[in-house]
Design a protein around this ligand. Structure first.
Ligand code: SF4
Length: 193
């Protein structure tokens, strides 16, 4: 039988849902190809970070959780049980896997010094130290005890806090308690969850 490469590929595809025209049973292969992508993944529920709609997503990760294994995200999809999006995602949300695995994703704290034209990497310890020092300095300098009418307000109007959509309820609870205890009134969060 004289079969060209093109004919071989076309023949294989034509029979891909059952027996190929060459006589091979492709049913097990077809079934495995359909289930392979997420059959061994760990599902993690999260929230799309892109806008305030805050759609629910399921992140599929492969990795056996051993210490020397880095889990690999292989698929992200809409969460069908989520009351906001019920499994749907817009084109931005559908591209989340590329956001998670992007080479340009920033994984370290960065600071842009006054007058500088670029951002510098700093350590987490340095970032925490600097945030604490600047917060105290700014709050001491700008704290308002009474307003123009002489009423006690005890507020700090020159510091703001913004959070992300994947912050947990517990984290947000602590944020509000911490910020309010310092008199900070400008709190915001990307997602209304
Ligand atoms: S999937 Fe789209 S609509 Fe939903 S939160 Fe993300 S960006 Fe917003």
């Amino acid at each position: 039988m004289d079969v060209s490469r093109r004919t071989f590929v076309k023949t294989g595809l034509a029979g891909a849902v059952g027996f190929s025209l060459l006589g091979f049973d492709l049913t097990p292969l077809h079934a495995q190809a359909q289930s392979l992508k997420i059959s061994r993944t760990t599902e993690t529920r999260s929230t799309c970070p892109y806008c305030a709609v805050s759609c629910g997503v399921i992140i599929h990760t492969i990795g056996d959780k051993a210490k020397n294994v880095t889990p690999q995200v292989v698929h992200v999809e809409g969460d069908p049980d989520h009351p906001i999006n019920r499994g749907t995602l817009c084109p931005k949300g559908s591209s989340l896997q590329q956001d998670i695995q992007n080479d340009r994703r920033i994984l370290k704290p960065q600071v842009r010094r006054p007058g500088s034209d670029h951002w510098d990497d700093i350590s987490w310890n340095q970032a925490i130290d600097e945030i604490a020092r600047w917060t105290k300095k700014e709050r001491d300098a700008s704290f308002v005890e009474t307003d123009a009418k002489g009423q006690t307000v005890n507020r700090c109007e020159t510091i703001a806090f913004t959070g992300g959509c994947t912050d947990t309820n517990e984290f947000n609870y602590l944020v509000v308690k911490t910020m309010r205890s310092m008199g900070i009134v400008r709190l915001e969060n990307q997602a209304r969850v």
